[in-house]
Design a protein. Structure first.
Length: 713
């Protein structure tokens, strides 16, 4: 069945295919004339191989059917000599294609000859007849030149060279490379044919690698967008966005849209991992130029530095795009060896507090409307926006977090709460850091801490610094120069069990973040240089996660540098020197804990923002710890004397918690309320575990009572 022109124009509009239909009509006229000329010299129709090819009579019957592209406008003798063709209609897809790919009029005619079988099935049989081989139902290069009135030995054959616009641009594919040039078949890729017929769907071969991106609703108000859009219009159109904590992907998409281009986001990791990326690169370059698009490529750090083919892929892509806008982004500085042209580099910094608050309000309002929240519930007040001040998210993560928070609120329905926002932000954290550190979801709060006022003040300052670092370090630039990051580093020093890890968990809960405890067994390596590589992976992953990085027993890897006596000392010092530099450029939040502060290198102290000392608790604090560790649920004997325990037993909070748990097990076995005998037994076990002397002056009569059953036994 042959499509009539009204079917196509009715579906896509006359502007999309009208010009194409008119030009294909001219191709049909030339095919008719070629068939007529071939019939005049055709051999005897009584050929015994009749049926294996199209006979003159069969060709006549095909030609007697109605014209697929009628009416055919008068066009001289129907031929094109030396590239002469009628002018294009302004604004048509064919003319736009010729402009974007730099096609000469002859190129367009050759493209139409190759395209005809994809529009009308009659051309398959006619081309088979003209090829004298019904199995070859597409035009050969020789036939295409003949239909355009060009000699086979003329300059027209060079329009099919690999560097010619038709082939280099991906508009024509040439098959049968083993055959002579004139016998090779021509094919128009399906995506090119679909585009000329009015279809703007992205090439199916690019699924999973390329997606159409949509700019954020509030992107027009961002001051960086006009600047990036202006840079796109200069030179090669190659731009590098150097990510320093901002949203380079969102800015790239917005800048392309503002400059009139369709933003296509490329998953560079998927492209590099493809077993045959070359055809994908060519298909991508064709797609970009077909749809007046621009490419967004990144992040560049996804290209493994140990695999140079990734860098070559970037150069191949830039060359294939050939001046089409390409925006690459990432935390890596640009390597001039990647591409022939050097890009214009634009540094992307985090948005200020006001801009971040505006993004949250817009995203929550949009997400609230999408999930059906009432307008008053979808409006973010100042307290809700302030609760998100410590988070660092790009535009995509922020919109996804706003959607999750709005869906949680819609279960009420109720307004979005800070807890909804915190849960939604935690859902945006990647799993990369969990492979390198132990993940702890905070389950404690400030009320669970029993600490001296000075220590508590230091913890509050740590939370304050984490919450307002974008204002102080970013907007006010209070830490300029030297490659310093925007991280917050704290040291918790004190004896074991004094609450250092728990305090880090409380700070994480206050900020609505997760806690990641670095497992030294996965970091420290006996081979030289491997420990630094493992730590670099930890720091890199932690910079992209809204969480707190905890180095427990930090003196194991942050120890003092020593005098070099052998190669082991030299490499240990190199490890400490690396950590000194890396901590200063860190952009996240890290807490170091140590039982022996004197073992830490003094150079680390200058790089610390907060130092919190955790002393042993006094009697009053121990009483509060006993009461909190036992909790309100366990039944207590009326004679339970917690003041005696707090006054006599000088234990840290961790040991008190261990004693409380042991005593609770004893009470559960006795099926009776907890009494002093069980509590003292638990304390004796803890003393023996710690290797401490058991003195009667501490235990008093409870020690004699405890020993009496042992003597009787």
């Amino acid at each position: 069945m042959t499509l009539a022109p009204q079917q196509l124009t009715g579906q896509h509009g006359s502007g999309a295919v009208g010009e194409l239909w008119e030009r294909l009509g001219r191709v049909e006229q030339r095919v008719r004339e070629a068939v007529a000329a071939r019939r005049a010299v055709d051999p005897d129709p009584d050929d015994p191989y009749r049926g294996q090819y199209l006979t003159p009579e069969a060709a006549a019957r095909v030609l007697e059917t109605r014209d697929a592209f009628s009416p055919v406008p008068a066009y001289g003798d129907g031929s094109v000599v030396h590239g002469q063709a009628p002018p294009f209609s302004e604004g048509g897809r064919l003319s736009g294609l010729a402009e974007r790919f730099g096609l000469a009029p002859l190129d367009v005619e050759l493209l139409l000859v190759a395209l005809a079988p994809d529009i009308d099935t009659r051309f398959e049989r006619l081309y088979g007849y003209l090829n004298d081989d019904l199995t070859r139902r597409r035009p050969t290069i020789g036939l295409a030149l003949e239909l355009c009135g060009l000699p086979a030995a003329g300059s027209g054959r060079f329009r099919f060279a690999p560097s010619a616009p038709l082939v280099a641009g991906g508009l024509l594919e040439i098959a049968d490379a083993e055959r002579p040039l004139l016998s090779r078949l021509l094919r128009v890729p399906d995506r090119v044919a679909a585009h000329l017929l009015g279809d703007d769907e992205t090439d199916g071969r690019l699924r999973g690698t390329v997606r159409e991106a949509v700019p954020a609703p509030d992107s027009d108000g961002r001051p960086e967008v006009p600047r990036i859009a202006a840079v796109l219009g200069t030179g090669s159109g190659l731009v590098h966005l150097l990510d320093r904590g901002g949203d380079p992907h969102g800015l790239a998409v917005a800048a392309l849209a503002a400059s009139g281009h369709r933003p296509l986001a490329i998953d560079i990791a998927a492209l590099a991992a493809h077993p045959e990326p070359g055809p994908l690169v060519r298909a991508l370059a064709t797609e970009v130029r077909l749809s007046r698009a621009g490419a967004v490529l990144g992040p560049l750090e996804a290209l493994a530095p140990e695999r140079p083919e990734g860098a070559r892929l970037l150069g191949d892509l830039a060359e294939a795009l050939g001046g089409t806008p390409l925006i690459a982004y990432g935390k890596k500085n640009w390597d001039p060896l990647w591409t022939a042209d050097s890009p214009v580099t634009v540094t992307v910094r985090p948005p200020g507090p006001e801009a971040a608050a505006r993004q949250w309000r817009n995203a929550l309002a949009e997400a609230g409307r999408a999930v059906g929240l009432p307008a008053e519930h979808a409006t973010a007040d100042d307290a809700l926006v302030a609760s998100a001040a410590a988070y660092r998210l790009d535009a995509g993560q922020l919109r996804r977090a706003a959607t999750v928070a709005s869906r949680l609120a819609a279960l009420g329905p109720r307004p979005v709460a800070p807890d909804d926002l915190r849960a939604a932000v935690r859902a945006q954290n990647g799993a990369g850091l969990e492979r390198l550190a132990r993940h702890i979801e905070p389950g404690v709060g400030w009320d669970d801490l029993v600490l001296p006022p000075g220590t508590r003040t230091q913890l509050t300052e740590l939370a304050l610094r984490a919450r307002h670092r974008e204002t102080v370090l970013g907007q006010w630039r209070m830490r300029p120069g030297g490659g310093r990051g925007r991280g917050v580093i704290a040291l918790f020093a004190g004896e074991s069990g004094t609450g250092k890890t728990m305090s880090a968990e409380v700070v994480a809960a206050d900020l609505g973040m997760e806690l990641y405890v670095v497992d030294l067994s996965t970091v420290v390596d006996k081979y030289i240089g491997e420990t630094e590589k493992n730590l670099e992976r930890v720091f890199a992953e932690a910079s992209d996660v809204n969480g707190i990085l905890l180095f427990d027993e930090a003196d194991a890897i942050f120890g003092k540098r020593s005098q070099v006596n052998d190669s082991r000392d030299k490499h240990a010092n190199m490890e400490s020197a690396y950590l000194l530099q890396r901590m200063e450029s860190f952009d996240g939040i890290a807490v170091l804990t140590t039982n022996l502060r004197a073992n830490l290198d003094e150079a680390f102290t200058r790089r610390l923002d907060v130092i919190a000392e955790f002393p042993m608790p006094d009697a009053r604090q121990r009483l509060a710890l006993w009461d909190r560790c036992l909790g309100p649920a366990i039944p207590r004997d009326a004679a339970l004397d917690l003041e005696f325990c707090a006054d006599r037993f000088e234990l840290a909070g961790g040991s008190i918690r261990a004693c409380a748990v042991t005593a609770a097990y004893l009470a559960a076995e006795a099926k009776a309320p907890l009494h002093m005998d069980q509590l003292v037994t638990a304390v004796l076990q803890e003393y023996r575990k710690l290797g401490r002397l058991v003195l009667e002056s501490e235990f008093g009569p409870w020690l004699r009572k405890e020993r009496a059953p042992a003597r009787r036994g």
